[in-house]
Write a protein that binds this ligand. Structure first.
Ligand code: HEM
Length: 413
């Protein structure tokens, strides 16, 4: 089940995705300082926050996820990538598209937004095609394959709705449903695509990194169905303006998350590894953290209403999704690099151990700084406390730079 260089996709391309992703993560941290003024005021539908959100999501998270998926799909689903050439074309189309889109969003140049939005959409479309043509070769479907394909379906729809938004700014084709398109875009992107892809790959990575065996997966159907039904009902609520659908939709999504946390604890109960590596520990805590964030958001919403939306959106995206990806990446990069560079040499010459490639102790420092910064930023946004956000984001940025340095150092080994 472990990857070998022969079953891996184009590893150099994956490195390129990861490096550009890490670079975007650094840029994101700088942009965050610029965005503090609006964030502290609870304003998010403005150009600097659009850029901030998409630098993190399109520039960092998606770069990393797409790059890693070219390696994980062959390992997790035992199918080869349909075309490595298509992956390369996809990388450049997407990278140029995202850079141009960010410039367009920043300058609110609707022609640039429409043009580079289309290019970004095309880049994602090529990725979706490459993935679907790879998965087509799958002989036996399982829960993980179903979740991954569904997540890819939402990815397509997220960028489609994103494209509709920028075209709407340029041509005003659907002025009456712009807000509905935006809410659906966010829902598909954050829950349908990013949350689902993390959940899907966790089915493979969590037991692999904890050496767990003999655990039950009896709730996998319910996790999947809860989240799917929740998304559908929320879309009905968004377009019909009937709050009942929003409430019941949110409830189903919460049920999906509760069951997924249970699934994770079930895997942890059956783990053979006594100490988990820091990256994977962070990814596990992010799952329980997501439940905490959702629970607290519901309680505070009852007392404070919509004013809690922005800090909790921040916690959800940066805490649950961000920390899951940062955590898994800390584990995956050395794993891929070691497999690529040393797996063929084992037994023939001295090779470093996987654990020599990245430091656990230093990783703990980086993640602690990131965590302190995360909590501070969320509180600062919620309490409208601008200088506090400056301070906490300085801590977050220090953590991010240290994290980036530790990841880059793997490639020196
Ligand atoms: C082709 C790619 C994309 C384009 C062209 C695009 C475009 C846009 C635009 C124009 C807005 C602002 C709309 C408004 O306020 O009226 C927006 C907001 C947003 N998008 Fe995207 N998007 C894309 C991809 C994504 C993806 C993949 C995700 C998540 C996985 C995402 C998440 C968000 C979020 C969370 C917001 C709300 C941010 C805010 O209002 O400040 N976007 N998008």
């Amino acid at each position: 089940m472990n990857p070998s260089p022969s079953t891996m996709g184009d590893i150099k391309l994956t490195y390129r995705f990861i490096l550009l992703g890490i670079f975007s993560f650094m840029i994101f941290n700088l942009l965050f300082f610029q965005g503090t003024y609006h964030l502290a005021q609870g304003i998010y539908r403005v150009n600097d926050i659009w850029v901030l959100v998409h630098t993190f999501i399109l520039g960092f998270l998606m770069m990393v996820v797409m790059g890693v998926m070219y390696q994980l799909i062959p390992v997790a689903l035992l199918v080869s990538i349909y075309s490595n050439r298509l992956s390369k074309i996809q990388f450049w189309t997407y990278a140029v598209g995202v850079i141009g889109l960010l410039v367009g969003l920043w300058t609110v140049n609707t022609t640039w937004m429409a043009f580079f939005g289309t290019l970004t959409f095309t880049g994602v479309l090529l990725f979706v095609l490459n993935m679907l043509l790879s998965v087509k070769k799958l002989i036996q479907w399982n829960a993980m394959a179903l979740i991954i394909v569904t997540a890819i379906f939402y990815l397509f729809n997220t960028v489609l709705f994103g494209l509709l938004l920028v075209l709407n700014y340029r041509f005003a084709w659907f002025p009456n449903i712009h807000d509905q398109l935006l809410y659906t875009h966010i829902l598909f992107g954050i829950v349908g695509w990013l949350s689902s892809i993390i959940i899907g790959f966790s089915y493979k990575m969590a037991p692999m990194f904890s050496l767990a065996h003999g655990y039950s997966e009896k709730f996998s159907k319910w996790i999947y169905s809860g989240i799917q039904l929740g998304i559908i009902l929320l879309v009905v609520g968004i377009f019909s303006h009937i709050p009942f659908f929003n409430w019941i939709g949110a409830l189903f999504i919460v049920i999906g998350f509760v069951l997924f946390s249970y699934q994770m604890s079930e895997i942890m109960k059956h783990k053979m590894k006594s100490t988990l590596d820091i990256g994977f520990q962070v990814a596990v805590y992010a799952v329980y953290g997501s439940l905490f964030i959702i629970g607290l958001a519901i309680i505070l919403y009852m007392f404070l209403g919509m004013s809690i939306l922005l800090p909790f959106a921040y916690f959800f995206i940066m805490g649950w999704i961000g920390f899951s990806i940062l955590g898994y990446l800390y584990k995956i990069v050395p794993f891929l690099y070691w497999t690529d560079k040393y797996s063929d040499k084992v037994g023939k010459e001295p090779v470093p151990m996987l654990k020599d490639l990245v430091s656990e102790k230093k990783g703990k420092i980086a993640f602690s700084l990131l965590f302190i910064g995360l909590i501070g930023n969320g509180l600062g946004i919620g309490l409208h406390f601008i200088s506090f956000i400056w301070l906490s984001n300085t801590i977050y940025t220090l953590g991010a730079v240290y994290y980036g340095y530790l990841i880059l150092r793997v490639f020196k080994a």
